[in-house]
Design a protein around this ligand. Structure first.
Ligand SMILES: [Zn+2]
Length: 119
């Protein structure tokens, strides 16, 4: 997306559905991340050979990738981590913020040289 986009849902029932879908998705990702962390812990129990060290590095990369996807998704705010709010997409940073955090940042940076980061 190249423009600022605000996604707001007014209907409380639709908000509830949205929030539950977000939590289900986050929970599914956390479950995968937990599996990777278990595998990492198992590898750390003994002295690792080069194959195991490669496996460990791959697991770290997979975890980082999943966390980055979740943190940049519309499902939760990068700043406050809340998953039950209306969201704003920042086209400069390519990250979703909740409306509250976005406005706080925008107000904070309004009179600085970094104001362009919050259109
Ligand atoms: Zn927030």
């Amino acid at each position: 997306m190249k423009r600022k986009k605000v996604i707001e849902i007014k209907d409380p029932q639709l908000q509830k559905i949205r929030n539950n879908l977000r939590l289900m998705w986050i929970s599914a990702v956390n479950s995968i991340v937990g599996g990777y962390l278990d595998e990492q812990r198992n590898l750390l129990r003994n002295r690792m050979n080069s194959f195991e060290m490669d496996q460990y590095a791959k697991l770290v990369r997979k975890n980082e990738k999943l966390r980055r996807i979740v943190n940049r998704s519309i499902c939760k705010c990068l700043v406050c981590q809340k998953a039950d709010r209306d969201m704003v997409f920042n086209p400069i940073t390519k990250v979703w913020f909740c409306v509250h955090c976005y406005e706080l940042n925008r107000e904070y940076y309004k009179h600085t040289k970094d104001a362009r980061f919050y259109p």
